[in-house]
Design a protein around this ligand. Sequence first.
Ligand SMILES: [Zn+2]
Ligand SMILES: [Zn+2]
Length: 342
Amino acid sequence: MKAMVLNRTCNLKEERQPLTLQEMPHPKPGVGEILVRVSACGVCHTELDEIEGRAPPPRFPVIPGHQVVGQVVEAGDQARRYPIGARVGIAWIHSACGRCEYCLTGLENLCIEFRATGRDTHGGYAQYLTVPENFAYDIPEIFSDAQAAPLLCAGAIGYRSLRLSSLQNGQKLGLTGFGASAHLVLKMVKHRFPDCRVYVFARSEKEREFGLELGATWAGDTDQAPPERLNCIIDTTPVWKPVVAALKVLTPGGRLVINAIRKEEFDKDQLLTLDYPQHLWMEKEIKSVANVARRDVAEFLTLAAQIPFIPEVQAFSLKDANMALLELKERKIRGAKVLMVD
Ligand SMILES: [Zn+2]
Ligand SMILES: [Zn+2]
């Protein structure tokens, strides 16, 4: 089968073709697994982290891609959940052990055997991939394959970060950083918690305007003080300055949720400006978001169909994956980028 393959980590400033179109062995579904013929696969920032070595794959070659929509074409032994021909989605969580204390309590995202699609196993930048049937999702009919793909990552993780924020209707929520996941969170909040006021913190004027357009009460720069203190803030930035700024404007007992797979090192000295009484005292909390559990993906897909939330997509063919990745890196964003596979 054809796939876009990553053979080593590299610096995207120098290497403009990080993936190569290669013939790869046709995968076979194992026990409890399904074989899926890919029709669409979303392109995510995490792929940039994998390629540039911030979240490197443990083995090469690897096929990236973790927002996959396709059709079940074969079922392995003991796999009975989906009929042949069923449309399914596959997300970042590819599998977990199923036996540990985390797996048994719905926290399989924290399992020590957590494996990520497109990093620890081959992903969806390909014609086919396999996944345990219990780690696949029904896709609501309202979405086309291309529209469903980007919901499987940014949407699901945004949903998890909102869940972990413990936001209640009527409270005040801050969003620091306003990319794909944050703007989905704003839409979810408007639907589920109509009496909440949402404050957007972003460096770019364009992102702030976009936040206001989507119904934010206020938008300001990352370190600007909002007109009132906030119960929860979700941080989706890759840096430290917004963390310190956010802690300062939380209410007593407020919670900061950091939704980032890695933070960059260059502005870590910002943490030295932490002042305990201002930033942490009064029972303020910090929590990070790690991966997604299956519940987040399934619940978010249902919610997205109800809202309804139909993402804008920009389609590329599989062989143009490098172009899609470079545009993402250079922030040329006109809708979520999706590879169409035939
Ligand atoms: Zn486990
Ligand atoms: Zn992703």
